[in-house]
Design a protein around this ligand. Structure first.
Ligand code: SAM
Length: 212
């Protein structure tokens, strides 16, 4: 999702108190940002933030950090937070490649990857958020027994993501190729913007939950 450059978005982000501006300074100290030591869950590539904010409303006992690369997209999430401020949500504008500079070893309990960009060319495989290169970064910041939850309607990306697990030392607790068709797994499912759009077109939604 790359919205057209929205004039003024960088300025709005710079002034927003929902955004953590020097996230590296909080490495290992995220409890201080929220003023409590609740579990930390992050979404990488959160887009306009609907999933993260709906999760935060359902789980006030969890702290959520949404990471988004593009200012024009993050702006939409900030605008939503201005309508309904949630104390357990913060945003970071950054490329997830930098994630190990921002979270300490074992600091994160859960990572959500929702409808990650597919980067279809082979030579770009390492940019895919469920790639082994990214799994190695997640390995550093995730707690022991921490989990990654990944959803997509892109079957090629999902197959790639499954193939990456074993060589990178991860195992799947849950794998489905049709989340919405599985009565049990879909219970409590919180939809993302992309999930709403693609499932309404009839696309099956794939999901895994993995741990080391
Ligand atoms: N998760 C949202 C959803 O399911 O509706 C948005 C999905 S959209 C296809 C993917 C989002 O991930 C885009 O907003 C994009 O800018 C962001 N993104 C892609 N690569 C990223 C990276 N390396 N670091 C941070 N954000 C990234």
């Amino acid at each position: 999702m790359r919205l057209k450059n929205v004039p003024g978005s960088r300025e709005v982000i710079a002034e927003s108190h929902f955004v953590i501006h020097n996230p590296e300074e909080n490495k290992g100290k995220w409890a201080g940002v929220f003023g409590n030591d609740a579990p930390l869950h992050i979404e990488i590539g959160m887009g306009k933030g609907r999933f993260l904010m709906d999760m935060a409303k359902l789980h006030p006992e969890v702290n959520y950090v949404g990471i988004e690369k593009y200012s024009s997209v993050l702006l939409r999430a900030i605008q939503k937070m201005e309508e309904e401020e949630l104390p357990n949500v913060r945003f970071i504008r950054m490329d997830a490649e930098e994630i190990t500079n921002v979270f300490g070893r074992g600091e994160v309990e859960r990572i959500y990857l929702n409808f990650s960009d597919p980067w279809p060319k082979d030579r770009h495989a390492k940019r895919r958020l469920p790639s082994r290169q990214f799994l190695a970064r997640y390995d550093e910041i995730l707690k022991k027994d921490g989990t990654i939850e990944f959803k997509t309607d892109n079957r090629l990306l999902f197959d790639f993501a499954l193939e990456e697990l074993e060589p990178a030392g991860w195992r799947a607790d849950v794998v489905t190729f049709d989340l919405h068709g599985d009565e049990k797994l879909v219970q409590g499912n919180v939809m993302t913007e992309y999930e709403e759009r693609f499932s309404s077109m009839g696309n099956p939604i794939c999901k895994y939950i993995i741990r080391r």
